[in-house]
Ligand binder design. Sequence first.
Ligand code: HEM
Length: 582
Amino acid sequence: MSILRGKNSPFCILRRFNNLKNFAHDSTKTSATSASATQAPSPGTFTISGKPSISVPQDTVKVTLQKPDMDVLVDTTTISRQMVAEQISKSIAFDNIPGPISLRIIHRIWGMVPILSTQITGGAIQYFLAVGSLLSWSGNMALFKRFFDHYGPVVRLHGPLGGDIVMVSRPEHIAAVFKNEGPYPIRSSLDSVEKYRLQHRKLRHTGPILMFGPEWENFRKSIEQPLPQLIARQYDKIDDACNKFIARIANIRNRQEEVPGTFQKEIYKWCLECMCLVTLDKKLGFLDPCGLSSTSDPGVLLDGLMKATKAIQRCEYGLHLWQFLPTPAWKSLVENCDAIDNVLSKYVHRIQVLIKEKKEASDGVSKEVNCLMENVLLKPGIMVEDAMTILLDMMLIGINATAHTIAFMLYHLAKNPRCQVKLYNEIARQPKKLSKDALAAMPYLQACIKETLRLKPPIPLLGRILNDDLSIYNYHIPRGTYLLMVTSLSSWREEYFEDAHKFMPERWLTPIDDMQLFASIPFGYGAKACLGKELAEMQIGALITKILRNFKIEYLYGDINSTNKLWAAPNKKLRFRFAERV
Ligand code: HEM
């Protein structure tokens, strides 16, 4: 009986989901208030990018749609509120959205058992994906594709007692979701991390990935504003880490000039070294030529992060039994997140001391902010425990996504030698010493990064709890619904990308239309889009440039695909051959 009463009881889980739904309801009001507070627009003003747009008459809604690359405004549409309401009133009822019958039956059964959570449906999908071969589905995105092929572009998966999931994958439908989301989007994911932080650690916040509303906005600004300047300033240190990585490749190659199957771990180490430089201004020595001792700070951090990633994936897959019982995956999550926290808190504490010293120092001492954590800790309203959650979130999402992109880019360049030669020629024309801006101005390099992210997006699904009622493909989808955007499928659509499954960086060298941009959004979109885009692009560019200057990359084994995990990782060992350039 106790499981029915505790914080994790089904009723509490349902209450939590309802709280999110209520926030979804209220945030439309909040967004109008916050917009009017900053620019005093008319009550009809509505913005997509989070920045208030020009006021429009009271009965209209101003929708400003920003390109996913965040640079240019591309589409400005004024829709009257009446039109939106009319569109919804003419829409086909939510109950008529097609979906798999078996889940409807399961829904009826679930309706009778006391386990309620939207995530159970999500978990079921993940579970079916994981056991795909048993069900004669071929894994990866195949199940999602099957759903869309069978039921059409909008699919409803019935969850227990109404915690349904609606799935879309067409760029125009994804764009419609983002148009609707307002300044405080809600992403519901990683329940296990939320439980770890709120219940196990008793922290006051869940961290930027999971938060929403004005407090999340404050967290986000503490990273978003200083990051571009800081990463430009840290370029030389990142370049130094690249040199160490080149030395490491030379060191670990065998007589065929192939790196060992553990090469993904080496990329992981390099990403961690860069992350610690930018966030803590600390060279931790992950790339030490003598290797890492398992008890050293970098050793514990590396091991902890890899194991925590695995544990989170295991918790998020399948039925969430850890909500009720201390499963092995839950125990591993707690153990490893605690270990990471122990190491990182030492360095965050040093930064606190440094801030204090700077405050007390007489004039003439440099008050320049050196790293991201210093900036975060100086921000009003942010406590040390908040800074720790920001740091861990950046590591969890940033290290995994960046490391996997580097791995896949090396793979695609190895499999497409003509693209590799073209990129090498572009690199050879550059001066030896590069910078963040110089990398951004290399068109073929940027095209190769975009193409890798299109073919192998490290985060293949984006989720939102709708802030407002929405009409997609003429179906009415009520606010509070959990909407899953299968963005990886949209980026493989033939109507937007010719020979969509081929690695063709050239496609990004000519102007592309707006919907094509929406078809491939590896960094997400809108107010909750990726915070580390610039950092990731600079890191990937700096390392690939350095590798190609020194080596020719080859890969002589079977095709590498993405795993269907939370973070899409390479499904095979990265046995690249790095042949010395002469
Ligand atoms: C190739 C590398 C990367 C990719 C493909 C990537 C992709 C993404 C995606 C798809 C999202 C969700 C966006 C949405 O829901 O609309 C996201 C969020 C986020 N990313 Fe990245 N990311 C990368 C690297 C990084 C790095 C290096 C950092 C660290 C600075 C980082 C920090 C974050 C954070 C903190 C969020 C949550 C933002 C929020 O909810 O406000 N990412 N990322």
